[in-house]
Unconditional design. Structure first.
Length: 151
């Protein structure tokens, strides 16, 4: 049961203050701020308890970006609406009903010796510990996708 109402915009401020008081890391707080600011553009004036699952789902699906980005937004919104429920602003966590997007990852690259030589030549100031790590990864046939910019 909703015991009181609160606009999403005001709830974001309250939620961020609570997360700060809880000792959340600066990186996490920045991610929350950025994603919730984006959410606030469309839902800031709505009462938190009146936002419908299909509205959020439509908004998430219309967002640009990969499936992982959509899932990251969903995770933050799920935490946000869990907080709304705990404070009596919503009767249920509407985001918990939404499906995760399937994340399809490309096949990782395996560098040829010539490609590894190019990587090492492009980084002349590389420190020995990093050079050693790159060497170990390469010799161990571990995959380093994205280093060459080819995906």
């Amino acid at each position: 049961m909703v015991s009181r109402s609160c606009r999403v915009q005001a709830l974001i401020v309250e939620f961020m203050a609570a997360k700060t008081q809880d000792g959340a890391s600066e990186r996490y707080l920045k991610d929350l701020r950025n994603r919730l600011a984006n959410f606030e553009i469309n839902f800031g004036a709505a009462n938190a308890g009146e936002v419908l699952p299909n509205q959020i789902d439509d908004w998430l699906r219309s967002s640009k970006g990969a499936a992982q980005n959509r899932n990251n937004f969903r995770t933050i919104l799920r935490t946000f609406f869990k907080y709304a429920v705990s404070r009596g602003y919503a009767k249920e966590n509407v985001v918990a009903k939404l499906a995760n997007a399937k994340v399809v990852r490309g096949t990782p690259e395996i560098f040829t010796p010539a490609q590894m030589q190019t990587v090492l030549e492009k980084a002349p100031g590389i420190s020995f510990p990093i050079l050693r790590l790159v060497h170990l990864l390469a010799c161990g046939r571990l995959r380093l996708s994205g280093l060459t910019g080819q995906n």
